[in-house]
Design a protein around this ligand. Structure first.
Ligand code: GRF
Length: 194
């Protein structure tokens, strides 16, 4: 299966996905694309020998459809079977989502359905939750809301800051996403709980 990965920043989840696909795996990475030409993950992807693309969303201020049309071009050119959003920080329109619905995955740093949107770790700490974590789900037009394909949990420790909790969750994201992609690519949508 041909996998395109969309990032916005450092791309640590993308790196783990690509590393996992290097082994005996039903998938191969065919593109890493970003909405930010300066995304650190683009340099990492290029260093791993992957094709990359960047479409600066700031060049399409207010024209979300125009941005997505530009982003679609390099994506469609590599004929992906699966799209993985990995630290991708732009909201996609229903038109874009519907093109790939059922084969576009996202990782979100909370135990969905709790804490959709941003600042998930601060909100969990503020709420006095005992646990936090990450969720991999199929993308539907509603933000952070599609069928859950996997979750990983971590304890929230006394005195945790959002940054310390984020670092603890990120380690689990790096375990969860590759495991879920393997399972999904082999046709199994049974949720995986790590
Ligand atoms: C991670 O916290 C991930 O949960 C969120 O984006 C953050 C950075 O991810 N989606 P990455 O290092 O760019 O993969």
């Amino acid at each position: 299966k041909r996998v395109a990965i969309l990032i916005s920043g450092g791309g640590s989840n993308m790196v783990r996905l690509v590393e996992d696909m290097a082994g005996d795996h039903p998938c191969q990475p065919v593109l890493v694309a970003s909405n930010d030409p300066d995304a650190g993950g683009l340099a990492k992807a290029a260093a791993m020998g992957l094709p990359t693309a960047a479409v600066d969303h700031r060049a399409y201020r207010g024209d979300r459809a125009g941005f997505e049309a530009a982003l679609l071009e390099p994506i469609l050119a590599v004929r992906p079977d699966i799209i993985c959003l990995a630290g991708f920080m732009r909201i996609l329109t229903p038109d874009f989502v519907e093109r790939f619905q059922g084969r576009m995955l996202n990782i979100h740093p909370s135990l969905l359905p709790k804490y959709t949107g941003l600042h998930t770790h601060a909100r969990a700490i503020e709420a006095g939750d005992a646990e936090a974590g990450a969720t991999v789900h199929l993308v539907i037009p509603d933000l952070d809301a599609g069928p859950i394909l996997g979750q990983a949990r971590v304890p929230i420790m006394p005195g945790d800051t959002a940054d310390r909790l984020a670092a603890r969750v990120l380690i689990r994201e790096h375990q969860l996403y590759p495991a879920v992609l393997r399972r999904f690519a082999s046709g199994d949508q049974t949720p995986l709980y790590l």
